[in-house]
Design a protein around this ligand. Structure first.
Ligand SMILES: Cc1cc2nc3c(=O)[nH]c(=O)nc-3n(C[C@H](O)[C@H](O)[C@H](O)COP(=O)(O)O)c2cc1C
Ligand code: SF4
Length: 604
């Protein structure tokens, strides 16, 4: 008989962090799962009672998020990423070998209850591809060639079977970080995190709080041409100016750290390795918009990010940079970390807010925009981790300096996340005036094994694919839009000449079918339909009319739904088929990969 009385004191502390008890839904479910191993029916009833909500409400939330288990699982969880960046580096073979070793299929647990194997969509550790997550720890790149050094399938399976206790998150021991700074990456090299002693004074925040009015801070950020780096590229200063001037409700700052776009992993680097840079940016933003409460919504799989950011918050509170009467200025700011639980759609800002309020991650219709009616129906600014992390530099060095680093319409640098078939996958901080050609050719060491480039996705999996002939494009938002794609989240996925574009599309289509929240028919039905057709083609059962059907379905998904997820799901279909039509036709006709793609299969 499950008895959760011992968790009640901790549950009450958690509930007290939120304005409304029901907002503590996800943290309480995490509390239960971390203590009991899974969320049983009895535990759901306990959560409902603690929060004063209907049991049905708890059940629907549990079923929405893929990290909550409703049945007991193995002592250790092995989650294998099967999204495109990992597929390109051999995750299919990785999964096959793990299954052979463990003698179980995805979704099953080994007979002794040791290991549960799960197939998951992007864990946003694409620089480690092919990779897996063992309990909390990211492991990768897993070497498929037994002679190579580093983690292998054998060591991964051995750890899964025998490591004592739960495996905690540790930083990637050998990340590739290229810094042409100076905005974001100067301290990212430190694998142990940059703690307050090394970070030093919050000089930008000190300047803002002691010598500037909130409106002056907004003007400074606007003049810097800082664009939102979560995907949409909306000017940050302009967004902040939308908060109503005279408002009788609390104003919230919400940090979008849900980082779920396949090909993107930069926010994790900031939170793990330079958390004070984010906190200082948050403090400046909160001061500018008049917010005294900020939430950081971190994706559930980012255990280390949450731990390190919490440590930094504690340090900042102790040093008087957070909390009441910050540095004697009279300004207060409380920061609460809120962990997601495995749902890509919660990265969409309104879905994130619904999730933060304790519900399923359902996007909401806009308008009203969050700046008018956001969290708990109060004015809210949602900004990405990287966006806010640029703000201290702007305040310290001046808007002109930041603006001058970038292009006319976008200031600064960006942390580009490069994955796929390059010699050095990793995080690259370079000015946004860099071209895609330069980024791949000059910085990443080029395409691996001297192969030719075939295609690049420049801004996360939702962005339209560019061919090798289209990469002489500047990487700012406006230039990539003019080139028919988008800068999006800065996730650059590189595909070499051997890549099979049909199989690449199958991976993208599966992702969107898995991650649709299901509210809108064109999205719910369209993503599933697209995936079924593309999968049928990859299985050799394609029909000549499939390609036109796919384009027609994709066309019907665009511009008709609550959020732009459906559009984002349509764009890969349209761009892959239009730009590589002959390859798709050949695949359908032959019922299999074209010869060049076959060679790739042999080599990976
Ligand atoms: C389907 C979808 C997923 C998104 N995922 C993320 C995400 O993981 N992280 C993020 O910062 N923004 C994401 N966004 C963009 C957010 O909705 C929003 O524009 C952003 O958080 C605003 O911050 P910014 O202005 O600083 O970019 C996503 C948007 C959509 C439509
Ligand atoms: S477009 Fe898709 S993800 Fe967005 S609200 Fe509609 S069903 Fe949900």
């Amino acid at each position: 008989m499950i008895n959760l009385v011992h968790l009640e004191p901790r549950a009450r502390e958690i509930i007290a962090l939120y304005e409304y008890p029901k907002a503590a839904m996800l943290p309480l479910l995490w509390l239960v799962q971390e203590n009991e191993g899974y969320v049983s029916c009895k535990a759901e009833a306990w959560v409902a009672r603690m929060l004063g909500v209907a049991l049905a409400r708890v059940r629907e939330v549990v079923s929405f998020y893929n990290m909550f288990h409703t049945q007991p699982v193995g002592r250790r969880e092995l989650r294998v990423c099967t999204s495109l960046p990992c597929v390109l580096r051999g995750s299919g073979e990785l999964m096959r070998r793990i299954q052979r070793e463990l003698k179980i299929a995805p979704g099953e647990t080994t007979p002794g209850g040791e290991v549960t194997l799960t197939e998951v969509e992007c864990l946003c550790a694409c620089e480690m591809a092919p990779m897996a997550q063992l309990d909390e720890r990211f492991v990768g790149p897993v070497q498929l060639d037994a002679a190579s050094e580093g983690a292998t399938v054998a060591t991964l399976v051995q750890d899964a079977r025998t490591a004592p206790g739960r495996l905690e998150a540790t930083p990637d021991p050998e990340p590739y970080i290229y810094t042409e700074g100076p905005v974001l990456s100067s301290r990212l090299m430190d694998a142990d995190g940059t703690w307050l002693e090394a970070y030093g004074d919050y000089a930008g925040a000190r300047k803002a709080l002691t010598s500037m009015k909130p409106g002056e801070v907004i003007t400074e950020v606007s003049r810097a041409n800082l664009r939102g780096l979560g995907g949409a590229g909306f000017p940050a200063g302009r967004k902040w100016s939308f908060i109503p001037k005279a408002v009788d409700k609390p104003v919230y700052l919400v940090v979008n750290a849900d980082e779920g776009e396949p090909g993107t992993f930069k926010d994790r680097y900031i939170m793990e390795r330079d958390p004070h840079m984010l906190l200082e940016g948050m403090l400046i933003a909160a001061y500018a918009i008049g917010s005294h409460k900020a939430y950081v919504y971190i994706r559930g799989e980012y255990f280390l990010s949450a731990q390190r950011l919490q440590r930094a918050i504690d340090e900042a509170c102790a040093a008087g940079w957070l909390g009441k009467d910050i540095q004697g200025t009279g300004f207060d700011l409380e920061v609460v970390i809120h962990r997601g639980a495995g749902a890509y759609i919660c990265g969409e800002e309104t879905a994130l807010l619904t999730s933060l309020e304790g519900g399923k991650g359902f996007p909401r219709l806009k308008p009203p925009f969050p700046a008018i009616s956001g969290l708990f129906a109060c004015p809210t600014i949602v900004n990405n981790v990287e966006t806010l992390s640029c703000v201290p530099f702007i305040l310290r060095n001046g808007a002109e300096h930041f603006a001058a680093i970038g292009t006319e319409s976008q200031g600064g640098t960006r942390l580009f996340c490069v994955s796929g078939h390059v010699n050095r996958p990793g995080v690259y901080e370079v000015p946004v005036s860099v071209t895609l050609h330069e980024l791949i050719g000059d910085f990443t060491g080029g395409v691996r094994e001297g192969r030719a480039l075939k295609a690049v996705i420049p801004g996360g999996i939702s962005a339209k694919v560019l061919t090798a002939d289209e990469i002489d494009v500047v990487m700012d938002f406006d230039s990539l839009r003019a080139a028919g794609s988008m800068a999006g989240s800065g996730g650059v996925i590189v595909m070499d000449e051997m890549t099979c574009m049909v199989e690449a599309l199958e991976s993208a289509a599966r992702f969107f079918a898995d991650e649709s929240c299901g509210q809108c028919s064109p999205c719910r039905e369209g993503t599933g339909w697209v995936h079924r057709i593309v999968r049928r083609i990859t299985e050799g059962r394609g029909k000549p009319r499939d390609l036109d059907d796919l384009l027609a379905i994709a066309g019907d998904m665009e511009g008709k739904t609550i959020c732009v997820f459906a559009d984002a799901a349509a764009w890969p279909v349209q761009s892959y088929i239009t730009k590589f039509r002959t390859e798709f036709e050949d695949f359908v006709a032959a019922g299999r990969r074209t010869p060049s793609a076959e060679v790739a299969q042999c080599r990976t």
